[in-house]
Design a protein. Structure first.
Length: 317
């Protein structure tokens, strides 16, 4: 198969991932609202985990196919991109102003989660690591749901409100179908990405990990980018930052657990510089948010520059 065709199929897979995962989140969120599931669960679990679905599926399939470089590299790269390119780009559009306790609550938890995931990744993700990360992920979800319960007077973010609009009960079939089709499309897109990204890595003579850090990670971070742009247009910076930090936390714990549980090899597929870059940029984002509860345009430029600075570190593995 010609290299151009392989690239085209990989791009098609990334586009399918973006569209299908959006429909998966939308359908699951509306179905949850129809079933009278609490708004906080819709916000934290449906949106938080839903936007990480591409990372989960791509890394899970890559791990099962015996390409741990793509599996782990995708998670590491996405964790870097979310708090550098995505947050930085949002800040260039307009200052990101956070009014909630996110910097004091989710940000340090995210930095800790990336550090734990990085340590397991360096040692080689395997069954035991997968079980530990799965338990930590479950505990994190419970803690976030409890801590995220709003006061009665607090308005819900628009991203959550769109799922909570009153919907006739007869529409549960439609939303169920939307979620199932979205899941199927996300699975198909993930398969396209993994197979063709592996082929490109072999043809270009680069490691699976480098392809995972860059091409695959950029593609699977598109849902976070779309959510960030929508939130910034609505001036919902708390939702934007919460989604990005939550996505990195879920990528590290749930995504890492999936890779460990499906791993066919215990060999480490990442290097120390890549892990250090991942933890470092997440700590940088935390410090910027904690210092002034905002990220201005200059700091947004710093975050984008930080991403560019990590590329040589990622490529060295």
């Amino acid at each position: 198969m010609a290299t151009g065709v392989v690239i085209g199929l990989a791009v098609a897979g990334l586009l399918l991932l973006t569209v299908a995962s959006d429909q998966l989140v939308l359908g699951a969120g509306r179905l949850a609202a129809t079933l009278r599931i609490a708004p906080v669960v819709v916000g934290v679990v449906i949106i938080g985990l839903g936007t990480s679905a591409p990372e989960f599926l791509v890394s899970g399939i890559a791990s099962a196919r015996g390409t741990p470089g793509i599996a782990v590299g995708n998670l590491v790269g996405s964790n870097i991109i979310n708090v550098t390119l995505v947050l930085g780009a949002a800040a260039l559009v307009a200052p990101v102003i956070v009014r909630s306790s996110i910097p004091a609550r989710e940000a340090p938890a995210t930095v800790l989660s990336t550090a734990v995931f990085g340590a397991f990744a360096l040692a080689g993700l395997a069954l035991i690591a997968g079980i530990v990360l799965a338990v930590l992920g479950a505990l994190a979800i419970v803690a976030l749901v409890r801590l995220a319960r709003p006061r009665p007077s607090d308005p819900l973010p628009g991203e959550v409100v769109q799922f909570l609009d009153p919907a006739p009960s007869r529409r549960w079939q439609l939303e169920s179908l939307r979620a199932l089709v979205g899941l199927a499309g996300t699975l198909a897109g993930a398969q396209l990405v993994v197979v063709n990204a592996t082929t490109l890595a072999q043809r270009w003579g680069v490691s699976d990990a480098v392809i995972g850090y860059t091409l695959v990670a950029l593609g699977t971070s598109l849902p976070e980018l779309v959510t960030a742009i929508q939130a910034q247009r609505r001036r919902e910076s708390d939702l934007l930052v919460g989604n990005l930090l939550g996505s990195n936390l879920f990528n590290s714990l749930i995504g890492g657990a999936i890779v460990g549980l499906f791993a066919s090899s215990t060999e480490s597929s990442v290097n120390y510089p890549a892990v250090a870059a991942m933890v470092g940029v997440n700590a940088l984002a935390w410090l910027l948010l904690f210092r002034g509860h905002r990220v201005n345009r200059i700091e947004g430029g710093i975050l984008i520059a930080a991403y560019l600075a990590t590329l040589p570190l990622l490529g060295s593995g």
